[in-house]
Design a protein around this ligand. Structure first.
Ligand SMILES: *Cc1c(COP(=O)(O)O)cnc(C)c1O
Length: 429
């Protein structure tokens, strides 16, 4: 069987696995090295001018990380992947590889908080204009595109409302206007729940800190290149044009469909330095081996816990994308396996004080700001991530004082329900 035809569950274990020819070791070795010995000065020169592939320095590549990148690329059916030190650095390297001073990107209004600040504050200081569409409707994106637009940017499921955009329609706009579509697919769990390349995305970023790692043990991010964008259209001289950092080398001529991911590595990682540690790449590889099993279990438990909350008299409302009352129900069914992820929100009937009491009474569910962990996490935005906002801003962001975000982990669902039950018992309505 052609390895290309292996299914997700097989690839998550086998892709990137090359048994050690000397020892026969089955496991991927952790390669704790900063640099690599050159065979000769000639060999070194070829590596440096990119005419031969090979290891130079761990800021650019490392064998453990290469195995992890191969696995990610296989899971997404992509031409290449680049591992970096966090989800935020994956987004930064991606945008800086596409846009320069005077250019703009058009983004969804439903962005992860860190992304929103990176786009609106940091990138703006570098002269890259981030235009936030009024809604996720493709027409709103299209209205903001002009001759200097270098990317459309959305999340395949937005944080914390779980809004799912119409990826296929956005892909059509991107193709028609000849602009790459970049999708943050963190909620899509390494491509298992959602694979944006099937719907017209050109580049995926994914915070590996979440479901790819799956155990809350390391930070990481990946950039994935669908290999399906024409970089030769004149908009990207940094990819199809003489490269300033490599003596005039044209990356598109040299690397073809993989030119973008090469650009992210040889300029992005070289200059920005946000490389992963080989030990963390190893943890990601271990996490990936069980990705589908974990996520399937978490999605199932999420539905049970959400149904329990829906029936509870102390809960005002439940927002779960797998319920037909959620505005993104149809899109989630189209774009997400099982029609949902493992995150939902609830609003309690009580006050800020009783919500705090509920959170503090939970014993199994951890009070943290995290998703995609094997431990169930409850986050109270009003007292944590959105603490600085005044009441009006909170209302505008849809954050009420009694709102809780829940990311369901791998505990037995009955035990989670019992934990919620005893915590509810400690608060009055
Ligand atoms: C967590 C997260 C990020 C940032 O990833 P880090 O690994 O924390 O840097 C980006 N996008 C989404 C949707 C996230 O949930």
């Amino acid at each position: 069987m052609d390895p290309k035809n292996y299914r997700f569950e097989t690839l998550q274990i086998h892709a990137g696995l090359h048994p050690d020819t000397e020892t026969g070791a089955r496991g991927v070795a952790i390669c704790p090295t900063a640099a690599y010995r050159f065979r000769s000065c000639d060999h070194a020169a070829r590596l440096f001018e990119l005419s031969e592939a090979g290891n130079i320095y761990t800021r650019l590549q490392n064998p453990t990380t290469t195995a992890y990148e191969e696995r990610i690329a296989a899971l997404y059916g992509a031409v290449g992947a680049l591992a970096v030190s966090s989800g935020m650095s994956a987004i930064l390297v991606t945008v800086l590889s596409l846009a320069a001073e005077g250019d703009n990107i058009v983004a969804s209004p439903f962005l992860y908080g860190g992304t929103y600040n990176q786009f609106r504050i940091t990138l703006r200081k570098l002269g890259i204009d981030c235009r936030i569409a009024r809604s996720e409707r493709p027409e709103e994106f299209e209205a903001l595109i002009d001759g200097r637009t270098r990317a459309l940017y959305v999340e395949s499921m937005g944080n914390p409302t779980c809004a799912v955009p119409d990826l296929e329609a956005l892909g059509d706009v991107a193709r028609r206007r000849d602009v790459p579509l970049v999708v943050d697919n963190t909620f899509g769990a390494g491509g298992y729940l959602c694979n944006p390349f099937e719907w017209g995305a050109n580049i995926v970023v994914d915070s590996a800190t979440k479901w790819i790692n799956g155990h809350g043990t390391a930070m990481g991010g990946v950039i994935v290149d669908g290999g399906n964008y024409n970089w030769g259209n004149g908009k990207f001289p940094q990819i199809d044009g003489p490269s300033e950092g490599y003596h005039g080398l044209n990356l598109y001529e040299a690397f073809g469909t993989a030119a973008f991911i090469v650009k992210c590595r040889v300029d992005g990682l070289r200059d920005l330095g946000c490389c992963p540690s080989p030990f963390d790449s190893y943890l990601m590889l271990i996490g990936l081996e069980t990705l589908s099993l974990r996520v399937r279990q978490e999605v199932e438990s999420t539905r049970r816990l959400a149904e329990y909350c829906l029936r509870h008299p102390k809960v005002r409302s439940v927002s779960f994308v797998g319920f037909d009352t959620h505005p993104s129900y149809e899109n989630a069914r189209k774009y997400y396996r099982y029609g949902s992820s493992a995150v939902f929100t609830i609003e309690l009937k009580g006050t800020l004080e009783s919500t705090v009491r509920f959170v503090e009474a939970l014993q199994l569910a951890a009070h943290m700001t995290m998703i995609g962990d094997s431990i169930t996490v409850v986050t109270h935005p009003a007292s944590t991530t959105h603490k600085q906002l005044n009441e009006a801003d909170l209302a505008a962001a849809g954050i009420t004082p009694t709102l809780l975000r829940i990311s369901v982990g791998l505990e037995n669902a009955e035990d989670l329900i019992a934990d919620f039950e005893q915590a509810f018992a400690q608060v009055e309505e």
